[in-house]
Design a protein around this ligand. Sequence first.
Ligand code: NAD
Length: 255
Amino acid sequence: MTHTTPSRRTAIVTGAARGIGAAVALRLARDGLAVGVLDLDEADCASTVAAITGAGGSALAVAADVADETAVNAAVARVAEALGPPTVLVNNAGIGPRAPLVEMSTQQWKTVLGVNLSGPFLVTRAVAPHMTAAGWGRIVTMSSISAVSDADRVDYASTKAGLIGFTKSLALQLGPHGVTANAIAPGFVVSDMTRASARRLGLDFEEFRRRAERSIPVGRVGQPEDIAHAASFLISPEAGFVSGQVLYVAGGPVD
Ligand code: NAD
C-alpha cells in the first residue's frame, strides 16, 4: 500500500521553548512545515515562534503541560484549527531531576513518569487520529542514552527505556495507516537540562562538558542542532521505510 504525503504538513513539537525542542521546531519550519510550538508557558515559546516567522515560516505558540490530559487535548485542537491537522509529532518535552534512589521522593518518581512517559502517551493519542485520517504521519520521541545506562536517575532512565517500547508498539499499530514512529536517543547535548545537571552535581558547566567529551568517541558534546538534523530525517517523506527504530545521536556507539 502506498501512502501519499500531504501537500501541506503541520507539526507539533513539545518542549519547544528552548533547547533541543526549539532547534527541532526551527529545523522543521525550515523543512517547510507549519509548527505548533508547545511548552508549559505560551510566553516562553515567543522566541522560537519569532525565529520561525522571522525566517518566513509559520508557527503558533501553545501552552500545555504534557501531563495534563485536558490541556493537551485543547492544545492539539488549537493547532489543528489554526495551522491544519498535525501529521508530524515530536515528543520532546522532558524533565530529568537527579536524586539517588533512596533519596528519591515518591512525588518525584510520579512527576517524572507523568511528564516523560504519560506526556508522550497523551499527546500522541490526541494527534494520532489526524495522522490516520490523513493516511500519513511521522512520530519522533526523545528517548536518551539513559535508557541504557544512567547511574543516578532511576526515574528518568525508566521513562526513557519505556519510550522505546512505546515507539515500537506505535510503529506496529500505526504502520498500516502510513504512520512511522521512531525514537531518538541523544547523548550529552548542551542545553538548560545539562546545565542544571552540572549545578546539581556541584560542577562548573565547562568542567562537566569537558569530562563528558573525554568519553565521547568523536571528541565533542552534542548541540541541539545535531538532534534537529536527525529529527528532520525521520519526519521526512523519504524516511517512510524507517519505523520502530532507536537512532542514537551520541557521538559514538552506545551499549
Ligand atoms: P530543556 O530542559 O533544555 O528543555 C525542555 C523543555 O521542555 C523546556 O522548554 C521545558 O519548559 C519543557 N517542558 C518540561 N516539562 C514540560 C511539560 N510538563 N509540558 C510541556 N513542556 C515541558 O531540555 P533538553 O535538553 O532540550 O531536552 C529535550 C529532550 O531531550 C528531553 O526529553 C530530554 O530528556 C531529552 N534528552 C536530552 C539530553 C541532553 O543532554 N540535553 C540527552 C538525552 C535526552
